[in-house]
Design a protein around this ligand. Structure first.
Ligand code: AMP
Ligand code: MG
Length: 491
């Protein structure tokens, strides 16, 4: 593969050729103080054939810190609207993100390169167009952690910081995360055209998305309904994956829902530590609209907003039929993945209650979700062992014993072998996830100009299923100080 330098990245900015009302063309605003590289992710550089040595050049921080461009870029901020916490907001748009262009790789893929935190845009409303260091680190690490877990997501190439002052609850410094995705089009990109009654443009956007991202549908007679149906499938699968890994998106507004079914927009988010179905990861979500156990339903709610926006293009019955598939799809996917977490191969009707009863016990006894499932791989079904190390996760050992007897019977019924099962379970039950306290430690060090912890976490989380020597402490549940860290939108 030819490795590209910054100046030879190959751009083809298809979005910039769409009707002008879809975006505002503008350049990023440089920081008031010089930009410097905080962390660089070689795995994301590979996606655009970028030579990793380029990160060593001063131009790298200049480019991804918003103070210069290279030929071929055509920066723009995208327009969209969306339902925020259930209420329609007629205009949102990229208030602090700027799409530099679509970089093409040798495999013919295109990756949007988007700066998040690059200054004011016409859509900034009351915001300052900036992002603070802590929020860029969280987005950078979590998007790569999700990718490492096998969950569809935007990617992140680097974080660039500066001494530029940003005012939040306190004075902080600004930073930019370079986010990458095949597309940043959201449900809200369609909603705005629907509510403005711009149905011609709505069709243009749908045709564009289908041509670029669902090309197998281009010639279908009911292509818009089929397109919606595929978005339903992808969203159902995505949210099932979030649930299974114990992750919650803190702001599941329709403007943060990707048309590609990938995880988009890491503001407040969280991995559940002690299992709690009512877990709310966003400090500002007072009513728990986006509580962990609400997310599958919110996925449906958001898809129904998209269905409405597509009404001018497709038959209502077809959209309704696609929407009706969501819940069974999400549940089926969830059950399949949970069975794998328990190391089960066959499908049995009683599995749902086996899983539900386990989760109820884990909730009651405040059991750490990630640690428990990783440990469950060591369960012995082939011996009379009481499985003490697993049993000890529960305050009331006997209630675990009752569940364990059912589990053992179930495993024996399908002739499960302990050693085989352990190997399978370790591939689906991560050892390392981006717990809030781990991110917080990296953030606090970075605020003291030590960026090493970011790189350490990045490398760790890119391989969350492998035991990594010397990294045992990173698999531990949070210490007391790290248990209830509050994360809100003001970032
Ligand atoms: P979010 O909840 O992060 O998805 O943001 C919702 C909307 O607010 C989007 O249109 C963002 O671009 C915008 N926004 C968030 N923070 C800022 C900021 N600091 N400056 C300008 N716009 C912002
Ligand atoms: Mg957003």
């Amino acid at each position: 593969m030819t490795k590209r330098r910054l100046e030879t990245l190959s751009f083809d900015n298809s979005y910039a050729r769409l009707p002008e009302l879809f975006y505002a063309k503008l350049n990023p605003s440089p920081f008031s103080e010089p930009p410097h590289l905080i962390s660089f992710n070689p795995a994301a550089a590979e996606l655009i054939d970028l030579d990793s040595d380029e990160a060593k050049r001063p131009e790298f921080a200049g480019l991804f810190g918003g103070s210069m461009l290279v030929p071929g870029m055509e920066p723009l901020a995208m327009l969209y609207s969306g339902h925020q916490f259930g209420v329609y907001v007629p205009q949102l748009g990229d208030g602090r993100a700027i799409l530099l262009g679509e970089a093409r790789n040798e495999r013919g893929e295109r990756w949007d390169l988007q700066l998040k935190g690059a200054g004011l845009t016409p859509f900034s409303r009351d915001g300052d167009g900036r992002a603070v260091l802590r929020s860029t680190i969280r987005e950078y690490l979590c998007s790569e952690a999700m990718h490492g877990l096998g969950i569809p997501t935007t990617r992140a190439l680097c974080v660039v910081g500066s001494e530029h002052k940003v005012f939040r609850e306190q004075v902080e410094t600004g930073a930019i995360v370079l986010r990458m995705a095949p597309s940043h089009v959201r449900f809200g990109s369609f909603e705005i055209l629907y509510y403005r009654k711009q149905h011609e443009q709505l069709k243009v956007l749908a045709d564009y998305v289908i041509a670029h991202h669902y090309p197998h549908l281009v010639d279908a007679s009911d292509k818009y309904a089929q397109f919606f149906s595929e978005v339903v499938e992808r969203t159902a699968r995505l949210i099932a994956q979030w649930q299974v890994v114990g992750w919650a998106h803190g702001v599941m507004n329709t403007d943060n829902m990707s048309i590609l079914g990938i995880t988009l927009d890491y503001g407040p988010f969280g991995f559940v530590d002690d299992y709690d179905p009512g877990f709310i990861c966003n400090h500002s979500d007072h009513n728990g609209r986006y509580a962990f156990n609400q997310q599958p339903y919110i996925g449906l709610w958001n898809l129904s907003c998209l269905a409405q926006a597509l009404l001018p293009l497709a038959q209502k019955e077809d959209l309704k039929a696609a929407l009706d598939r969501y819940t069974p799809l999400c549940e089926r996917q969830y059950m399949e993945l949970m069975r794998a977490k328990l190391g089960l191969i066959e499908t049995k009707e009683e599995d749902a209650s086996l899983i539900q009863d386990l989760l109820a016990l884990m909730h009651l006894h405040h059991v750490d979700y990630t640690c428990f499932f990783r440990a469950l791989g060591l369960f012995q079904a082939g011996t009379e062992s009481l499985n003490e190390p697993i049993r000890d996760f529960f305050l009331d050992r006997e209630s675990f014993d009752q569940w364990a007897r059912r589990y053992k019977d179930r495993l024996r019924q399908e002739g499960s072998r302990d050693d085989d099962r352990l190997v399978r379970m370790n591939c689906v039950n991560p050892k390392y996830v981006l717990r809030n306290y781990l991110a917080q430690t990296a953030i606090e060090k970075a605020q003291q100009k030590d960026f090493s912890e970011i790189d350490r976490l990045l490398a760790l989380l890119q391989n969350p299923y492998s035991d990594q020597p010397g990294m045992e402490a990173y698999a531990a549940p949070p210490p007391n100080w790290g248990k209830h860290l509050s994360v809100s939108c003001s970032s």
